[in-house]
Design a protein around this ligand. Structure first.
Ligand SMILES: Nc1nc2c(ncn2[C@@H]2O[C@H](COP(=O)(O)OP(=O)(O)O)[C@@H](O)[C@H]2O)c(=O)[nH]1
Ligand SMILES: [Mg+2]
Length: 196
């Protein structure tokens, strides 16, 4: 089984053009409050690697984490969450422009993890983002978060339903729970393989 990922916070960037050259990157994309920071912490088995927050929308910058030995140039890139309801229209526009510039233009970007809340399923904004990501020439892995919040008796049906809504094969959605550790080892293995 894949042990905790060695992840080190590198820096925060206001825009992709401020980022240095790297060897390879994988981006984490998801709605604000989907559980992105919690997932990063679970991958690294650290409590405070990425800040988790009960007041969503706090992450306004591109946060880069380096995998493995220092200077590896293999990065996990945490993009600002989209769709924070309390943000102003101007703020939301600025955040999505920043994320879109990164996703459309970043040369070392190898793939995207698109996080979807497993408890509530894809929102309209999730599906819009999915469509937009479809237009890029990048592999996307769907990660369903908060698996522990779905009642065990509902899990089979929920998995099928979520995959259908995403237009994905059922087996291609990686279900995870940062709280319980579900699916974390599988995701570690996938990230390590994609960032070699
Ligand atoms: N039950 C449960 N709650 C989670 C899980 N992951 C995140 N959360 C909660 O969801 C909220 C948002 O999490 P956070 O990681 O800050 O989301 P972010 O905005 O996407 O970075 C917090 O209250 C977390 O405690 C999970 O796997 N299970
Ligand atoms: Mg966060």
């Amino acid at each position: 089984m894949a042990g905790p990922l060695v992840l080190r916070f590198v820096s925060s960037f206001p825009h992709a053009r401020q980022m240095p050259a790297t060897a390879a990157e994988i981006a984490l994309v998801g709605r604000s409050n989907v559980g992105k920071s919690s997932l990063l912490n679970a991958l690294a088995q650290r409590k405070q690697l990425a800040r988790t927050s009960k007041t969503p929308g706090a992450t306004r910058l591109i946060n880069a984490f380096e995998l493995g030995v220092q200077g590896s140039g293999r990065w996990l890139v945490d993009l600002p969450g989209y769709g924070y309801a309390k943000a102003s229209k101007a703020d939301q526009a600025r955040w999505s422009a920043m994320a879109e510039d990164y996703l459309a233009e970043r040369e070392p970007l190898r793939s995207v993890l698109h996080l979807i809340d497993g408890e509530i399923g894809p929102t309209r904004l999730d599906l819009q983002t999915l469509d937009w990501l479809d237009g890029l020439d990048l592999p996307v892995t769907y990660v369903a978060t908060k698996a522990d919040k779905v009642r065990p008796s509902r899990r089979g049906a929920r998995r099928a339903e979520l995959a259908t809504k995403l237009g994905a094969e059922r087996g291609s959605v990686q279900w995870t729970s940062a709280a319980k550790g579900t699916g974390i080892a599988e995701l570690r293995a996938l990230l390590t393989a994609q960032l070699h």
